[in-house]
Design a protein around this ligand. Sequence first.
Ligand code: NAG
Ligand code: NAG
Ligand code: NAG
Length: 469
Amino acid sequence: MAALIFLLLLYSSKNSYAFQEKMSTLETEGLRHSHVFQISSLLPSTVCNSSTKVMNRKSSLEVVHKHGPCFQSSQDRAKVPSHAEILSQDQSRVDSIHSSLYMNSMEEMDAVTLPTKIGISVGTGNYLVTVSFGTPGKKYALIFDTGSHFTWTQCEPCAGFCHDQVEPIFDPSKSRSYANVSCRAATCNQISAEGMQQDCSSSTCVYGISYGDSSSSAGFLAKEKLTISRSDVFPGYLFGCGQQNQFRKGNRVAGLIGLARGKFSFVAQTARKYKKIFSHCLPSDDSLTGYLTFGGTKLPKTIKFTPMSKSFQNTLFYGLDIIGINVGGQRVPIKSSVFTTAGAIIDSGTVITRLPPTAYAQLKSSFQKYMTSYPRAPALSILDTCYDFSRSDVIIAPTIGIVFNGGVEVDIDFSGIFYIRNESQACLAFAANKDANDVAIFGNVQQKTYEVVYDDVKGRIGFAPGGCN
Ligand SMILES: *[C@@H]1O[C@H](CO)[C@@H](O)[C@H](O)[C@H]1NC(C)=O
Ligand SMILES: *[C@@H]1O[C@H](CO)[C@@H](O)[C@H](O)[C@H]1NC(C)=O
Ligand SMILES: *[C@@H]1O[C@H](CO)[C@@H](O)[C@H](O)[C@H]1NC(C)=O
């Protein structure tokens, strides 16, 4: 800490011999627990730079950000929501996760009065992949979401409403492999048990699903051929042919692919082939691409696994146990009961990691001690610890490590430490839950650049750094 402040002072006399000598000592000591970077390196490019990695991986899809240049043209991007809107939508998703888990625990206490899982589907995520539906197959951009379970796409004749989307809307009358599911089918009767609305229209099974950010889809439950790649084809995949669809502003996607738990989940429907294993890497910025891979491909040597938390086994979510937080290589003093009170989940659709209020307060206070040389900037929506870097050539920030059960430390990439509006407003990309009893959520900003491996048979989640490279 003291060494870092000293280093900052030395920056004003960059050319001195003392500086260079000190710098080399610090590189091996103090800087080992710091990120040194220029703010410009964190501002996303307006041009898409596609990674070649996905092409070399079996059973893989390219992952792009829904507001980034790899998906939307610059004209569309003028319509994307502001950072404040994105963060407020993120809060809606988090509120909905919290209330659905609260409902679930009520249900366990009193199974008689609350027979169904209520509102267990949440939010619509940020990253998307392109898959193909039908025969002949047509491609559709779908948001992938580890926090929701159902797959659906906007569907002709759009009897209710369809949004504008990039590709022509899926038309079942033009596919030889499409089939409605009948109201009498056993799968139709699973809809309400899986937390969705179930109905029947002239003997065709009807689903309805609503999300925490007030988006929703309703339509026919159907079976269709889903194609991931030439060697990854799933005939009779159960999905929703959405006739009445409601999204938030700025989405031009066709629908959603659900990777959470549950009978309709992609993971459950493809379990024979992929053994409930998938992994993803989310790129360091929105102008780059990542991947979503299905099945147990060769795991990177550097991967470390933490057990999935048993507390969430009966929910849609993948649970994790946080046991500590390191800032600048030092453990932040937080009582372990702060993390065990409500537990934690991992979610690809939540942007900002949410921590128990006490844990966040301690993280923030440790972080601020390293950042005293930068002027503060106003809060940005839910983010209250912001800095003005517009007059700094080089920024030095402490490393932040989240430690999971088994001592698995995820050293957050520097692209996951700040949420940046612009040079003059870069905020610590963590936020506090409102209540100590709300579940913590490991969000997508903090997952950036890691290969995150989900293995729901062995009950473990793995993290390997440098996953997108
Ligand atoms: C694209 O990304 C790679 C890896 O991040 C980088 O090395 C390369 O310079 C980038 N290319 C352009 C044109 O930005
Ligand atoms: C699916 O069911 C709907 C509603 O009953 C009907 O309008 C539509 O024609 C059916 N599609 C097929 C391919 O059977
Ligand atoms: C950053 O964004 C804020 C709000 O839009 C604006 O007031 C400020 O001038 C911007 N700063 C820079 C350096 O672009």
